[in-house]
Write a protein that binds this ligand. Structure first.
Ligand code: CP
Ligand code: NVA
Length: 320
């Protein structure tokens, strides 16, 4: 049985198997096969969601399933019932589950104890469905592989979204530059877990920059210097400065991350045909300015739409 808990364990063949299914679901929407006919899937969400909730509810229905949306606070899980017990109960009643929560160990344990296909719809550690969609969208719009390209992430580089980008880079062999101030950079342990080895600085990298090398040919470059990081990029990408669960740190984060913004000046440093992407929701004037977001709205909202098509491909891959 397959799960999608993390991008860490996905092989290149898995990425290709998922991406290869997307056009069928996207082009034949409403007319494709319904492999989940007769099944019931549940969404268990402990955090807010617009895109992930709607794209999974709609996508699972279009694949033929009945769908239950369970706010974690409305079930006994919210009153302290252990995840292992919730998993063992639901595993006897439903056919698959999509979970958005805080601890990665909760989705891992649900998969282990339920015996049904389990999808990570965002934890504090990772957002695999988002990054699969982002890479699909990049390749769809550019009509070329992301391998060998330069992806520059600007903002809080210690949260779930950049972590999934690191695992994807390690596998697919692109250069990922993470531009973030000290305290908002990924842990060395994460880069090592992804298979990285810290090595010599690339020629021209500014001081305070670390370079990690991977067997796939990928490089992950961690730097506080966002202008350097944006230079020659094929994709500029950002996420919120204040992730869900970090609201108590809001004032400090606004202070520390100020300036780590995608805007017209930064974009001038990227390649002339660079894409700008944002997983959304966007906070204009913080991680991206309003003008840049609107100028790249077609890419950004296609990226959001693709959540639907890519996640149907993920589920179809999981059950195959
Ligand atoms: N990008 C994303 O996961 O959006 P939601 O939080 O609205 O699901
Ligand atoms: N890093 C953000 C992603 C939102 C889709 C968060 O966890 O809130």
């Amino acid at each position: 049985m397959k799960h999608l808990l993390s991008l860490e364990t996905l092989s290149v063949a898995d990425f290709e198997a998922i991406f290869g299914r997307v056009p069928t679901f996207k082009q034949n929407r409403g007319h494709h096969a319904r492999p989940l006919s007769g099944q019931t899937w549940a969404l268990i969400f402990s955090k807010s969601s617009t895109r992930t909730r709607v794209s999974f509810e709609v996508g699972l229905r279009e694949l033929g399933a009945e769908v239950l949306f369970l706010n974690a606070n409305d079930i006994q899980l919210g009153r302290g019932e252990p995840i292992q017990d919730t998993a063992r109960v639901l595993g006897r009643m439903i056919h698959g589950v999509v979970i958005r929560t805080f601890a990665q160990s909760d989705v891992d344990q649900f998969a282990q104890f339920s015996g049904i296909p389990t999808v990570n719809a965002l934890t504090d550690d990772e957002h695999p469905c988002q990054i699969l969609t982002d890479i699909y969208t990049f390749q769809e719009r550019r009509r070329e592989s992301i391998g060998g390209k330069v992806v520059t992430y600007v903002g809080d580089a210690a949260c779930n979204v950049p972590a999934s980008w690191i695992f994807a880079a390690a596998r697919l062999g692109f250069e990922l530059r993470l531009a973030a101030p000290a305290g908002y950079q990924p842990a060395d342990s994460l880069l090592r877990r992804a298979g990285g080895t810290q090595g010599p600085a690339l020629p021209g990298t500014p001081t305070g920059t670390t370079c990690w090398y991977f067997a796939s040919g990928a490089k992950v470059i961690v730097t506080p210097h966002l202008n350097w990081a944006a230079t020659g990029a094929d994709l500029l990408y950002t996420d919120v400065w204040i992730s869900m669960g970090k609201e108590s740190e809001s004032a400090e984060r606004l202070r520390q991350l100020e300036g780590y913004q995608i805007n017209g000046n930064l974009l001038k440093r990227a390649k002339s045909d660079a894409l700008v992407m944002h997983c959304l929701p966007a906070y204009r004037g913080k991680e991206i300015d309003a003008e840049t977001l609107e100028a790249h709205a077609d890419t950004i909202f296609s990226e959001a739409e693709n959540r639907l098509h890519v996640q149907k491909a993920i589920v179809d891959w999981m059950i195959s």
